[in-house]
Design a protein around this ligand. Structure first.
Ligand code: FAD
Length: 390
């Protein structure tokens, strides 16, 4: 692809902090409307946490910060991403190892029949699970109660208890019930992980996709450039896609995040036969193994690259991955939001700017909506286009 010559003037009207999908999409929308944007990122690459790069040893395209599968129910967002990159069909399926056996997730008819050694049909399985569910729990107060109410103790302990404890570093009964609502129960043999009609992988990876979004003559990108106030001189507006507490130098304290550590290893051929294998048992310290070559089944590589994934509390200097958002974090978030609302000409967007877990399609939709509002209001926007406390 031929890219236009980049914009090189020293000062832009808009400073965008962060060259992940939020920053890239926002800058592109503004650039298309005639605004000059300077996009900076502390990292040496664009794409934020969606960054992909070829493993120099195996040639496999690796999802550097963990596996990313694009999926959406929103035709406009699908049209948007596919206008910047060629997407290949990819249907995500997840397996889990529990007590020495391998099952399909999310829990589906095959999982239920395999786990209980039965041959139930859909209606029979639904009726059977109803006998396993703890009906004494009417209003689940936490994750554990939600699981017990939905699937009963056997499935909860085999698939959710240990995994959740490793992922969040606390007992499932200390987590909100809402987390489990994200895992559907299926009474069919459909073992696809996502329900969305649009699903795929950018053929050349997410970093190439982000480069394509940023390739506009009115956009200048500076990598390995952490925010310093002088970069905002002359800018009419700052869009901050970095951490909300980071904007304030953590003066009120740090919002809690889980971070991930990846232990890379290589092997010959095919290591595990699927992209993601979860490990549900509490005794196994990692949560899952990702084998990246399975994200690009149209490629062929003699060797394979895998990541063993460990989850732990983020310390200063770690990459923030999953916002924790328990009671203590909510209280601190409220204070940061109140402080941010006193600012002028700064808007916080994206997963870090609003301290929420966001899938890529939501990230893109929200960035486009923020840009549209900014343009409609003649170049102004409130600190929050989306309320982080909602
Ligand atoms: C492990 C994991 C797996 C995921 N899997 C999926 C998936 O399968 N499907 C899906 O749809 N979504 C997935 N997501 C979500 C996806 O990663 C996010 O939607 C997306 O990264 C959000 O983009 P963003 O631009 O808001 O944030 P980011 O990607 O975090 O980008 C923010 C950028 O800002 C930069 N920055 C921060 N502070 C500063 C500063 N002070 N100065 C300069 N630069 C700064 C950072 O370096 C970073 O590059 C996953 C997330 C995680 C954590």
């Amino acid at each position: 692809m031929t890219r236009p010559a980049p914009y090189t003037a020293p000062n832009a009207a808009v400073l965008v902090v962060g060259a992940g999908l939020s920053g890239a999409v926002l800058a592109r929308e503004l650039a298309e409307a005639g605004w000059r944007c300077h996009v900076i990122d502390a990292r040496p690459h664009v794409g934020g946490n969606c960054h992909t790069a070829r493993d120099p040893e195996t040639g496999v395209m690796v999802h550097t910060y963990g596996p990313h599968i694009f999926h959406t129910g929103d035709a406009a967002t699908w049209a948007y991403v596919t206008s910047f990159a060629r997407f290949r069909r990819y249907t995500h399926r997840v397996k889990t190892t529990s007590r020495g056996a391998v099952y399909g997730l999310p829990i589906n008819l095959h999982t239920i029949n395999q786990f209980y050694g039965k041959t139930l049909r859909p209606a029979e399985a639904e009726a059977f699970l109803a006998t396993q569910a703890d009906t004494s729990i009417t209003t689940p107060r936490n994750f554990e109660e939600q699981a017990l109410r939905f699937v009963g103790r056997d499935l909860y302990e085999a698939f959710f208890k240990g995994y959740t404890q490793k992922q969040w570093g606390c007992a499932p009964r200390d987590l909100p019930a809402a987390i489990l609502q994200r895992l559907p129960l299926r009474f069919t043999y459909d073992d696809g992980y996502f329900n969305h009609p649009y699903q795929g992988m950018p053929e050349d990876g997410y970093t190439a996709l982000t480069h394509a979004i940023l390739a506009h003559p009115a956009i200048r990108v500076s990598l390995s450039t952490a925010f310093t106030p002088d970069l905002a001189e002359g800018a009419r507006h700052i869009f901050w896609t970095g951490a909300l507490d980071g904007y304030f130098d953590y003066t009120l304290g740090r919002l809690g995040y889980r971070t991930l550590e990846f232990e890379r290893f290589t092997a010959m051929g095919d290591y595990q036969g699927c992209a993601v294998m979860n490990y549900a048992d509490a005794e196994i310290p990692y949560t899952r193994i990702t084998e990246h070559k399975h994200f690009a089944p149209w490629e062929s590589h003699a060797k394979t690259t895998c990541y063993r994934e460990y989850s732990r509390a983020a310390a200063p200097g770690d990459i923030p991955f999953y916002p924790i958002r328990l009671v203590a974090e909510q209280a601190l978030l409220k204070r940061y939001v109140a402080r941010a609302k006193t600012l002028e000409n700064v808007s916080f967007i994206g997963r870090l700017g609003t301290y929420r877990y966001l899938d890529m399609d939501v990230t893109i939709r929200e960035a486009r909506a923020a840009a549209a509002r900014f343009l409609a209001q003649g170049g102004t926007l409130a600190p929050f286009h989306i309320d982080p406390l909602a």
